[in-house]
Design a protein around this ligand. Sequence first.
Ligand SMILES: Cc1cc2nc3c(=O)[nH]c(=O)nc-3n(C[C@H](O)[C@H](O)[C@H](O)COP(=O)(O)OP(=O)(O)OC[C@H]3O[C@@H](n4cnc5c(N)ncnc54)[C@H](O)[C@@H]3O)c2cc1C
Length: 421
Amino acid sequence: MALRELDRAGLNVLCLEARDYIGGRILTLHDPLSPIPLELGAEFIHGRPPELWNFIRDANLGVYDCGDRAVHIKDGKVQSDTDAWVPVDRVMSDMQEAAERLPDQPFSVFLENSSHSEEAKRLSANFVEGFNAARKEIVGIHSLAQDTKASDEIDGDRSFRFIGGYDSLAHALINGVSDPASKLRLNSVVQTISWSSGSVTVRVRSSITGRKDTVHCRRVLITVPLGVLQAEPDESGAIRFDPEPKEVLAAARRLEFGQVFRVVLRFQEPFWEKNPDLADAGFLFSDEPLFPTWWTPLPRRVPILTGWSAGPHADALQGRSRQEVVRAATASLAKIVGIGNDALNRLLVSAHFHDWHADPFARGAYSYVPACALPAREILARPVENTLYFAGEAIDLHGHSATVHGAIASALEAASLIGNA
Ligand SMILES: Cc1cc2nc3c(=O)[nH]c(=O)nc-3n(C[C@H](O)[C@H](O)[C@H](O)COP(=O)(O)OP(=O)(O)OC[C@H]3O[C@@H](n4cnc5c(N)ncnc54)[C@H](O)[C@@H]3O)c2cc1C
């Protein structure tokens, strides 16, 4: 989005991308044997964020509304008739009020001091940790309240998917750039940014040939994930700054980068639909330690389930092989839907997974804000000597971080700052 905006503003712009594809944490697999595109990164459009919907309309991209009925389930049996979102919504709206009155504090402290039932506390802790890829002992209520308010303002309890896959967004964006072949270089790993006010030298290594190259410019917009910004300069994928923008890097380290393991399983048939309790469920919540959350592709009735392990649940999966992660996911799912492991594995056709934590150009899933760390984001969003600019989901200041639309909003703001500099 930043490349497109800067190009359209008539600036001489070049985008250096380490991967061999565009989209970053948007990663869609187009498996000809699958009835729908398989998302290994972002999947949902959360609500109706204008910066995304305006573009969707202009580019004429197809999207559809998702089913979001949630059940809390154990051994194939739904635990309560109430939609599992209801107690969570109550706790979250209480938290919003508390955030206005109280100093920032970890979500776990807010829960301990609240009078909600133990069940409501457990469900909402699971929700906060799962959705934000966060730890309840770290994530602050001020940022959670800001996010909840921002989400309410854009109909955030509704979600949508791209018919053609999330990557149709990335491709439509790049189609809006004039002569993209000369303005976007793939397989180009930025290694060093040497700078002084109004003058930047970027050292780049080709991930194909290993050849090193140098690019000179007046300003640079850095949109790497927070995990890459937090990495030590000699770690794979990291960028060495010379000199270091110390305040910015210190601010980046005050924020947290959450972990997610997400596994997409394709089956011979949507076997869960035979259970009347599950036939119309969008989301399945459970107390399984490794993969507690699953969702179906409703309203599409196709044999695909996505398993989600985030925050503390994901700890035990780090460093495990692909096979081990998939085995952990199928074992959790077998218990949740109440069919034997062997029966489930006989129905399984394929399993898909991308290890975002081990990926040197991501180093995790998405950002969250510890208690008392909200000002760190503002420091990241501030240009350094009109020369270094930062953008990306972690830098969105309006409660939409950790999302695609937050990343897009942040890119639009940075592009406008550069255009007006
Ligand atoms: C599993 C998962 C599920 C998600 N689900 C959703 C969802 O349903 N809905 C939603 O809105 N959001 C979701 N998100 C979050 C969303 O994907 C991100 O917030 C968003 O895509 C971030 O965009 P970005 O431009 O900030 O960063 P990125 O998309 O990560 O882009 C940063 C780019 O920098 C490149 N880069 C890194 N290091 C270097 C280097 N040294 N040199 C050159 N290039 C480099 C990377 O390759 C990458 O392309 C999900 C994320 C994950 C991981």
